[in-house]
Ligand binder design. Sequence first.
Ligand SMILES: Cc1cc2nc3c(=O)[nH]c(=O)nc-3n(C[C@H](O)[C@H](O)[C@H](O)COP(=O)(O)O)c2cc1C
Length: 326
Amino acid sequence: MKNSTNSPKIAVAPMMDWTDRHCRYFMRLLTPSAFLYTEMVTAAAIHHGDAQRFLRFNEQEHPVALQLGGSNPEWMASATRKAAGFGYDEININVGCPSDRVQSGQFGACLMQEPSIVADCYKAMQAETEIPVTVKTRIGIDDKDSDEFLRRFIDVVAAAGCGKFIVHARIAILEGLSPKDNRTIPPLDYDRVYRLKHELPELNVVLNGGLVGVDQVEDALRHVDGAMIGRQAYHQPYFLAELEHHFNGDWPLPARREVVNAMLPYVESVVAEGESLHRVTRHMLGLFAGQPGARAWRRYISEHAHRGGAGAEVLINALNAIPVAA
Ligand SMILES: Cc1cc2nc3c(=O)[nH]c(=O)nc-3n(C[C@H](O)[C@H](O)[C@H](O)COP(=O)(O)O)c2cc1C
């Protein structure tokens, strides 16, 4: 069983439209060790489409995991083979997303009621690669909101060999709630995830959902092997630096300005490739959240990064727009 016991303890969640390669490059400057997850990519897109476009990433992003959506073992296996060739450190199966689009394609959270399909996907994928194939799931779906339901899903997939599960600690409501509401309305139940780890200590269990503070993450790590952070890492990316510093005291907290300066060569190179500056800087708007000048930083970038020909100077000017103490 590949239970990835050497995995970093902190991870940044897969988030569609957010954790793209530019975002991950930026986050890596704030945390040398956290596991970074891509946005979900469907196996079908890799199978039929331009794999390079969906799979490319920068070497600096390691450790980085690709999240795949799908339920066809053959396609999931072929996507895994291609992804392993790109050098990903882990492939993760999405069994947590509740959106309609995902349900009609028979993947995401609805697969919690089809553990044997997930097990078949896992086996086909793991046969293609040495890197761990893992699963991200919820604690239940709809009225199937019990330890037993979660345990049955995990037992079947673990019996196929899967050793690492990331569990978003709320159920998914498949009918009638938007994906966004599905991240806030069903209540968090960390204890169900802790009980799972307690009952199955050989598994690598990562808790996800609602983690926003260092103390809270530290508390979670007393019960489980890892903590995955989503929205807080995106809206307040400096939180990642605080976590890194807390758990790895040898790593000095960088000043936010240093992080911006470290982004400049990257920004210059992607703009030179023809990418719009905005595609990179949109992920950096929260860097000064809670600091004096946060609004000036955001406003300067929002007003200037879209403009034709905009380059790294926009970030330098945005820094100059904030008080020096920040
Ligand atoms: C904008 C956005 C996009 C998301 N996209 C995905 C996705 O592609 N795959 C996935 O498994 N979860 C996705 N999620 C859910 C997150 O991975 C995470 O499980 C959820 O936000 C709860 O963690 P948090 O409270 O730390 O944000 C997304 C969340 C957000 C906010």
